[in-house]
Write a protein that binds this ligand. Structure first.
Ligand SMILES: *Cc1c(COP(=O)(O)O)cnc(C)c1O
Length: 341
């Protein structure tokens, strides 16, 4: 298959329209059979549930070319399951797991010309999403929904090298206790926009959100989970029911334990102990791990020993091992690599 004439290595993380997308509609209590379409536009009634009451959820995963030339995705079953959980929390119909995986297969297959070649560092970002589509004015869930998957090629995350981030402890909250922090809903992002714009204005790369109830414990950033490495090489991650369960973070914890032989722990992490960690990273599909070099707590700087010029040694090993697994250079645990073709 002839690839598109794209400068893969210089792509950023922005929307590049591809040729095809997947669409399935839910009406009268059931999903239709779904189809691939070329039309990137959606026509909606002015009163659609998503427009009035933000009834929308999404997922994010990547397709890429492995060393031996296969096109694969990473643990799409977990994206399917997470989207089912998100749908239930927002009173939306569940899009079945087998259909989700089949839809990902279909939309990647027809867009094969946009799947970046091995070694380019670029990937085809896959964005499944679902929204309430019929008119809703009284507050209630919509009766009709659209499930859709768009794809867009994205460039290497660490273009021009790894740069550890400077983040701040945010005075804004991301998710309420017993709220929707644990699901992948657009509403969690809408409310984080002011905080991130403000962080950037103040010269920070990201916000570290705390638990809103006590403001003493670390939760996550707007779109990535935290991993910390202790001075005795234990990998720890915050435990909270208002954190979005990152598939990258869950996979890295397994890599730490099974591949690197490190001790791992998911527990409450207090702001007070941040100064004691050796390394800190942000985990998510986009970057796998972005190292954090500095955490600023209202003017007080916590500089991680790993520094501001490269990844810490454990973070680097985690990063190299997981990306090695994803690219087919290191043997994957059963079921992690889903071969599309
Ligand atoms: C999507 C997301 C993540 C990262 O999850 P991955 O499955 O690793 O991509 C982390 N935090 C939030 C709030 C997210 O929405």
């Amino acid at each position: 298959m002839e690839k598109k004439n794209i400068d893969w290595g210089n792509l950023g993380f922005g929307y590049v329209q591809t040729d095809y997308r997947y669409v399935s509609n839910y009406k009268n209590g059931e999903w239709d059979e779904g189809t691939i379409t070329t039309d990137p536009n959606i026509t909606l009634n002015e009163c659609a549930g998503v427009l009035q009451y933000a009834q929308t959820i999404f997922e994010g995963l990547k397709a890429y070319t492995t060393e031996d030339g296969h096109i694969v995705t990473f643990r799409p079953d977990l994206n399917a399951e997470r989207m089912m959980a998100s749908a239930e929390r927002l009173e939306m119909p569940v899009f079945p797991k087998d259909r989700f995986i089949d839809a990902v297969n279909q939309v990647v297959t027809v867009n094969e010309a946009f799947v970046p070649p091995y070694g380019s560092g670029a990937t085809l970002y896959i964005r499944p999403y679902m929204f309430g589509s019929n008119p809703v004015i009284g507050v209630k869930p919509a009766d009709e929904y659209q499930f859709r998957i768009l794809t867009t090629p994205v460039g290497p995350y660490f273009k021009g090298g790894v740069k550890p981030l400077t983040i701040r402890i945010s005075d804004f909250d991301r998710a309420a206790p017993n709220g929707t922090g644990h699901i992948k809903a657009g509403l969690n992002y809408a409310m984080s926009l002011h905080a991130i714009v403000d962080a950037h204005k103040q010269g920070f790369d990201e916000n570290m959100y705390l638990d809103p109830a006590t403001r003493t414990k670390v939760e996550e950033t707007g779109g990535a989970n935290f991993l910390f490495v202790t001075k005795d090489n234990k990998v720890v991650t915050p435990k909270s029911n208002s954190i979005l369960p990152s598939i990258t973070r869950r996979s890295l914890m397994i890599v730490a334990k099974e591949y690197l032989g490190l001790e791992v722990e998911e527990r409450e992490i207090y702001v007070d102990e941040l100064k004691d960690f050796a390394e800190c990273g942000l985990c998510g599909t986009a970057a796998v791990i972005s190292p954090v070099g500095k955490i600023v707590d209202h003017g007080k700087e916590i500089c991680l020993p790993a520094g501001m010029s490269e990844m810490g040694p454990v973070t680097k090993k985690l990063y190299d091992t997981l990306t090695g697994i994803q690219m087919g250079r290191i043997e994957a645990p059963e079921g992690w690599i889903h071969v599309i073709k």
